[in-house]
Write a protein that binds this ligand. Sequence first.
Ligand SMILES: [Fe+2]
Length: 484
Amino acid sequence: MAELTTSPTAATGAANPATSSTTASPAPGFRSLTEESEVEALPLEGELPAWLAGSLIRTGPALWEAGEHPMRHWFDGFAMLHRFSFDQGSVSYASRFLETRAYRAARERGKLAYPEFATDPCRSLFQRVSSAFTPKLTDNPNVNLTRLGERFVAMTETPIPVEFDPETLAAAGVAWKVPGMLTTAHPHRDRASGGMLNYAVKLGPRSSYRFFLVRPEATEPEVIGSVGVREPAYMHSFGLTERWLVLAEFPFVVNPLKLALGGRPYIENYHWKPSLGTRFTLVDRATGEATGPFETDPFFCFHHVNAYEDGDEVVVDLCAYPDAGIVEDLYLDRLRAGKPITKPELRRFRVAPAAGTVAHERLVEEPLELPRINYSRASERRYRYVWGTGAGETGWIDRIVRADLERRETTVWSEDGCYPGEPVFVAAPDAEGEDEGVLLSVVLDGRTEGSFLLVLDAASLDELGRAQAPNRIPFGFHGQFARG
Ligand SMILES: [Fe+2]
C-alpha cells in the first residue's frame, strides 16, 4: 500500500513509511532494456481526470553496453524515449531508442565509438592524440528534452541537440547550433520570445561561458552575454529571474588543456577545489553585462529549482550537495551494489549584489532532487510549491516529495519496494491554485521488476491512477508534458 505523510520535520525519522523488511531492490532500474514497445491501451487502475490530454515524453539511458563492452556510469547509457499519451481517460505507451550517430556507430562496431560522460572508447595512442585536436562528441541525448515552437528536441551536455518526431519517436537531425563545446540540457523558456535560453562553454586559451537565445524557428543562436573563465565549472543547469541569468559556479572545475589532452573520460577531468568557494554571477538579460562574482561556501548541485528578484536581493533555490561526491555515487557498480547516494537538500540563497553578500538557508528537512515547479506560472517569480523525488533509508530515490515553501512543510508519497522518477507537474485547465493539477511519474516496482506510470493529485499527493507499462523501464532523468 502507498502511504502519505505530511511533516515539517521528516528528517527526524518520524515519517518514513518506505522501509520494511520486504523492500525490494532498485537494482533492476540499472539493467539495460533492449526491447522497444508500442501499446495502445495500458492496463489502468483508478480514474484519470477527463481534462488530462496530451503526452508525457521522457528520455533516459536504457542501454549501458556497446556490444560486449559495459559502460561505467548512470549518465553514460544510450538514450531511449518513452511516451505516455493520455486521451479520454486511457493511456497508450511507446518507446524507442534514439537512432543517433553514437548509437548507430556502437551497434555497427560492437563497441563505443564516441566518449560518453564517464566511459571512453578503447583507443590507440594515435587515436588519442588525433582526437585531442578534433574531439569526437557524442550526440547521445539521454538527459532532457524540450519543445521549441513545433520542434521536439532531446539533449545532453554536448552541443548536439537532436530533433525527433513526437509521433514516431524517430531522430530527425541536429536542431540548432550551440556556441561552445559544452552546454546544459536544462534550458529555460524565454517568456518574451517563446525561445530557449541556455549557456555553453567556449573552450580555448581564453575560455568563457556564453549565454544564448534560440528563437522558436531558428537554427542559429543569438549570444546575449559572455563571462570569461580560466577553469570552467561543471554546471548542469542555471537560474533565471526576470532580469538576470544566474550562474552558480561550483568548485568542481576543469583545466581546458587537460580536458583536450588528458586522455581520461570526460567527467574525470574535473576536480573538486573547495578553496575556490561557490561563486554566483548575475548576467543582465537585456545588456549582457555581468555582475559579480559573489562568493559563498563551496557546495555542488545539478539542479536549480527557481529564482526571482526580491527587492535588492536575488533569490536562488537549488538542490545542494556538500561536494561533488554525488557524481561518484552514480557509477553503476556502486548503484548495482546498493550503496546509498548522498542526499541533497533544498537550499535558498539570497544574493545581494549591492552589499556583495550571499546568505543561505535550508528550506525543508526532507531531501529533494529532480525538482519540478509550475513553470508557466511560477518560473522567475515568487512561488510556493516544488515537487521532486526524495530518498529515505533505502539509500536510493524512493519517494515523491511536495514541498510547501510558505509553510516549510513537506508531503511524501511512498510505496514499499517502489522507486519513482521525476514527478512532472501538469496544471489543470483554468487552475486557480499554483498546485492545482497532477503529477506524472514513472515508477520502478522492485517487487515485480516492472514499471508503471503513477498519476497523483499534485496538491494532496493522493493517487488518482496507475498505468502498467509493458516492460521494466530503466531509471531515466527528465521529461516534458506536451498538451494534446
Ligand atoms: Fe538534470
